[in-house]
Design a protein around this ligand. Structure first.
Ligand code: ADP
Ligand code: ADP
Length: 216
């Protein structure tokens, strides 16, 4: 479903990614592990079209992502790729439900449909009783689950997560990971996850070890 071919990235002529090939299938949870500075975040950003490779191609289904730019890229990204970061980046002045809805409104989906889907996703995340809460009234684990629901609102082909458990205690980290497994089983949701969590990474379908800009 997602393919990266010979992806390289240089920052000021310094090679950071040195020819990365990846194929990810629908419904797979792939973790990217490796020491700090190996290039994991850079790779995830490129796979998610937040950054452009110096060379190489990224294909999502039959679309060459490296051929998109401007509004077409922003629109494609919003509809097809979900993002979860270490810090949830929820908008503090909006409720949990509203935060989840926003990417759906941006995609132009009918408002009633977006709200219904958002409520369903928050319910799936065990947050039925938290729909109207603002982010600062939620625990860290709850905030991150709202961020997961937000990442899923447009039925993305793939969710990219950069250290999603990095700011959670081990209990909440395990819960979040179980949620990913549940979403995979229930909706065939695909995830690519950068993680330092040595307990959770082996529970994914496949681990990719990065070292010095390559997958080894
Ligand atoms: P990881 O996620 O594995 O810790 P990163 O992808 O964040 O690694 O970084 C890989 C290397 O690329 C590091 O040496 C980092 O300093 C460098 N790097 C990352 N982003 C930039 C940037 N925007 N400009 C210059 N160097 C960068
Ligand atoms: P992480 O450790 O979570 O991978 P980093 O601290 O490496 O995050 O990177 C945070 C941000 O800073 C990213 O957007 C990355 O591209 C940028 N960055 C990282 N290293 C450098 C660098 N050497 N020069 C410029 N930007 C960098």
């Amino acid at each position: 479903m997602l393919t990266a071919r010979n992806v390289t990235k240089n920052y000021s002529n310094l090679p950071i990614l040195k020819g990365v090939d990846i194929t990810v299938s629908k419904g797979e949870i792939v973790t990217i592990v490796g020491s700090s500075g190996a290039g994991k975040s850079t790779l995830l950003h490129i796979l998610g079209t937040l950054d452009q490779p110096t060379q190489g191609e990224i294909w999502l289904n039959d679309v060459n992502l490296t051929g998109l730019s401007g509004n077409a890229l922003a629109d494609f990204r919003n509809r097809h790729i979900g993002f979860i970061f270490q810090f949830h980046h929820l908008l503090p002045e909006f409720s949990a439900l509203e935060n989840v809805c926003i990417p759906g409104f941006i995609a132009g989906t009918r408002s009633s449909e977006v709200r219904e889907k958002a409520a369903f996703l928050l319910e799936t995340m065990g947050l039925k009783h938290r729909l109207e809460h603002k982010p600062n009234a939620l625990s860290g684990g709850e905030q991150q689950r709202v961020a997961v629901a937000r990442a899923l609102i447009n039925n993305p082909d793939v969710v990219m997560a950069d250290e999603p458990t990095g700011n959670l205690d081990s209990h909440n980290a395990r819960e979040l990971h179980s949620m990913f497994l549940q979403l995979r089983d229930q909706f065939k949701q695909t995830f690519i996850i950068v993680t330092h969590n040595e307990e959770l990474a082996p529970l994914s379908d496949r681990q990719l070890l990065m070292k010095d800009g390559k997958i080894i």
